[in-house]
Design a protein around this ligand. Structure first.
Ligand SMILES: NC(=O)C1=CN([C@@H]2O[C@H](COP(=O)(O)OP(=O)(O)OC[C@H]3O[C@@H](n4cnc5c(N)ncnc54)[C@H](O)[C@@H]3O)[C@@H](O)[C@H]2O)[C@@H](O)CC1
Ligand SMILES: Nc1ncnc2c1ncn2[C@@H]1O[C@H](COP(=O)(O)OP(=O)(O)O)[C@@H](O)[C@H]1O
Ligand SMILES: [Mg+2]
Length: 280
């Protein structure tokens, strides 16, 4: 197992070229947020936006439009029931994040199927939350494009068939290879499985044990994947910074809330982008 290092993160988060515009930093579509879990997609979209995604669109239940606009006017919205419009928008996206607060009803399952059928390379896909539970309950072939799944231990149990007590790095790696996509298995010390390697995240604190913390990570991964060419490095850097921010906040706080992490992402990205990678 290899730790994610500060050096890897500083090498990934490079300074932005002056001659650039929002179209260079990722068109990210986030899909989720049913009538009960609107907060999840708002937190994911907030994290993607604060991670520097150039353009963020949220496909969600219309009931969430007003609160999303109030919290995050940078994001565009669309009604995820409008399948034709969704497919039209999806075709122009660089990154798709599906699952935070999606729910597991029949509509959600059909929507996941539609999105998996439509997504294609070079798009990048982040599958989180309810979408993982749906995928476990209704297994289907995944499209041939860069994909990352971000399960917590129970979602990983559903997806891999490994009981939480059996989720050792070796067993997890075997399950990841069978799945054929990058897996971020979230826990106290999150481990990340690629075809080549097992990585572990040195950070993380129980102060992060709050609803929405994983939704925030999914949004960060989406935001980073839209900006940094190396997909694995983008994922590892998002995982690392998510918990590094939380660890720093937890030095003086009993709990850390997801929106507090998002608020600090631009500062941490700045600091890592100007750090000398050789000294990190
Ligand atoms: N404000 C919101 O709208 C929120 C919406 N959420 C969404 O709610 C949906 C369901 O996700 P949940 O994860 O809550 O529910 P799940 O039913 O998928 O997972 C929770 C179950 O797994 C068990 N479990 C075992 N180990 C665990 C671990 N390490 N971490 C978490 N659970 C573990 C829990 O005891 C519980 O029975 C997702 O779409 C998620 O994105 C949650 O993120 C919470 C906040
Ligand atoms: N005790 C802990 N130590 C370190 N990290 C934690 C701890 N508890 C939760 N986390 C982190 O918080 C996030 C929780 O994700 P998840 O369960 O999907 O949350 P949600 O779906 O509510 O947004 C993960 O990134 C996980 O690593
Ligand atoms: Mg989650």
């Amino acid at each position: 197992m290899q730790p994610i290092t500060t050096k890897l993160v500083t090498q990934t988060i490079v300074e932005r070229p002056a001659e650039s515009y929002k179209g260079n930093y990722g068109r990210v579509l986030l899909i989720g947020g049913n009538q009960n879990f609107g907060g999840a997609i708002i937190m994911a979209a907030t994290a993607a936006t604060y991670s520097g995604a150039g353009l963020v669109t949220v496909a969600t239940d219309p009931q969430n439009f007003a609160s999303l606009h109030a919290r995050l006017p940078e994001a565009m919205v669309m009604d995820y029931h409008q399948t034709d419009y969704l497919l039209e928008l999806l075709a122009g996206m660089d990154v798709i994040v599906i699952g935070p607060g999606l729910g597991t009803d029949t509509f959600a399952e059909q929507l996941l199927g539609t999105v998996l059928n439509a997504a294609c390379a070079p798009q990048r896909l982040v599958i989180d939350g309810s979408a993982l539970t749906l995928l476990a309950a209704h297994p289907r072939p995944l499209p041939d494009l860069p994909i990352v799944v971000t399960p917590h231990q129970m979602e990983w149990q559903r997806l891999s068939g490994l009981k939480i007590s059996d989720q050792t790095p070796t067993a997890n790696h075997k399950a990841q290879q069978a799945l054929g996509v990058i897996a971020v298995v979230k826990a106290h010390h999150t481990t990340i499985y690629t075809n080549e390697k097992i990585w572990f995240n040195p950070g993380g604190t129980p102060a992060m044990a709050t609803g929405g913390m994983g939704d925030t990570l999914a949004g960060m991964v989406g935001g980073f994947a839209g900006q940094f060419t190396n997909f694995t490095a983008a994922i590892l850097s998002a995982v690392y910074l998510h918990s590094a921010i939380a660890d720093d906040l937890a030095a003086t706080r009993y709990v850390v809330l997801p929106h507090q992490i998002s608020a600090l992402i631009p500062k941490y990205m700045h600091d890592f982008s100007v750090a000398d990678p050789d000294e990190a």
